[in-house]
Design a protein. Structure first.
Length: 133
């Protein structure tokens, strides 16, 4: 069943078997939207993808987390912006940062935001050409 498969995905992610979890998720999502992962599972998947340097694969899951969950949203947005800058996508990073402007941030997050915004502007000014996701 879909519920059992979702539990299998969660178990694989918890074990750190991200590659197999992604394959199973892809099978579940054939023909439209598949099951929605819990916040813990989604964050575990993102963490596993980033640890394995599967940066591009992590982006849609980071975006989903930002869209679906309030908890730790600004932290995930800052990490997404940082990742997009690492991948030399300053305009996409600037979009993520722009979406954060209306959210209250603590001084540490505000400082990180300013640093990332300056870095994005520097990449744009340096003529970085972005490739689409």
């Amino acid at each position: 069943t879909a519920q059992q498969s979702l539990q299998d995905v969660e178990h694989l992610i918890a074990e750190g078997n991200v590659a197999t979890a992604l394959k199973l998720l892809a099978k579940l999502q054939v023909g439209g939207r598949g099951p929605q992962l819990s916040q813990v599972t989604l964050h575990g998947l993102v963490k596993g993808l980033l640890a394995g340097k599967h940066f591009t694969a992590a982006i849609p899951f980071m975006r989903e987390s930002i869209e679906r969950f309030d908890e730790n949203r600004s932290g995930m947005q800052l990490n997404l912006a940082k990742l997009l800058l690492h991948l030399q996508r300053p305009r996409k990073a600037a979009e993520v940062l722009r979406d954060m402007r209306r959210v209250p941030m603590d001084s540490r997050a505000q400082s990180a935001w300013q640093e990332l915004a300056a870095h994005a502007q520097h990449q744009v000014d340096s003529g970085v050409v972005e490739v689409s996701e």
